[in-house]
Each structure stands twice: as structure tokens, then as C-alpha cells.
Design a protein around this ligand. Sequence first.
Ligand SMILES: Cc1cc2nc3c(=O)[nH]c(=O)nc-3n(C[C@H](O)[C@H](O)[C@H](O)COP(=O)(O)O)c2cc1C
Length: 174
Amino acid sequence: MRGRRSINFFEQEPPPRELILEAIDLARWVPNHHLTEPWRFYLLSENVKSTIVELNANLVALKKGEEAAAAKRARWSSIPGWLVVTCLKSSDELRAREDYAATCCAIYALSLYLWSRGVGTKWTTGEVTRDARFYEAIWTDPKVEQVVGLVWYGFAAEIPVTARKPVSDILVEI
Ligand SMILES: Cc1cc2nc3c(=O)[nH]c(=O)nc-3n(C[C@H](O)[C@H](O)[C@H](O)COP(=O)(O)O)c2cc1C
């Protein structure tokens, strides 16, 4: 848990598909209230990945110009593994909140397992994941499902260093 990091740069070689399927299989065993199993996992093909890379480049071009868009396109195109995790929506506010929480647990469990098997991930919730065209690209109805994360995966080319506040800053004993 201490050693896992969000990975920004990956090796080109994709991890074995069986390992990703195993991680999805295990992720289903996280706690989820009323056993709603609210998550859906979308393993993206090269085709869908390209659609999302282009969509994101277009969004970046609008805000930051063509040069920034080209740099983003190049970096995103080099990411080997693409997984989208969604959560079924609910009109019941408490259920929606609990289902979202459970789906977050599933993403973390998947990431932690993959890390234990030598595969890094990065969980992203950038603007592109909220765009209606993103939902179209993954053949999903935003009225029915909500994207909780775009999870990139692959063998880490670099492992960033990060830190956390001391426990004394966040622990309250009452
Ligand atoms: C819900 C969620 C959304 C995130 N979205 C992004 C993102 O859009 N872009 C990004 O660079 N990192 C994103 N991250 C990764 C965090 O920035 C990262 O976990 C944090 O910097 C701590 O680094 P570590 O995971 O290596 O400990 C997200 C993490 C979570 C839990």
C-alpha cells in the first residue's frame, strides 16, 4: 500500500490480458452495500482508445492550442492499457453515494492487486471522462452509468516519489 504509485509513464509492452481479467475478477470482492455490485469494467480496444485520444486532443486544442494538443496526443497514444470503470446510477441519493464509494474501492483493489503483480496504474477523472462523446465512445448511456475513472495500466517506466502528511495531522482520538 505504501509502495503503490500513480504511474505517468509506461513501457510500451502491454501486460497480459489474463492478468487484467484476474484483477477485475478480484476487484468484485470489495465491500458493496446491499450487494448492488454497481461497477462495470470496460476494457478498451485500440479503436476506442484512439477515439478517446482524439477527443481529448480536441479538448486540449480548444483550451491550450494545437501544440499542446499534439503533445497530449503523443503521450496518450503511448499508454498501453486502457480500462474505464463506471458505476450504475441511482435515483436514491444514499444508494448512489454508497455505490460510488464501492466502485472507488473496486478501482483501488484492482490497482493494488496489479501493483502487487508488477503492473502500474493511473486513475484519472480528467475533463474528457465527463464529455458526452466519451460516453458515446464506450457505448454507454450517461443517464444510466457514471464514469468513475479512466484507469491506465502498464509496466511502469518511472515510479514517482510522493508523500503523505504525518498521521498526527489526520488522526483524531476522541
Ligand atoms: C478519484 C481520483 C481521481 C484522480 N484523477 C486524476 C487525474 O485526473 N489526473 C491525475 O494526474 N491524477 C489523478 N489521480 C491520481 C492522484 O493525483 C494520485 O493518486 C495522487 O497524486 C497521489 O499519488 P499516488 O497515487 O502515487 O500516491 C486521481 C486519483 C483519484 C483517487
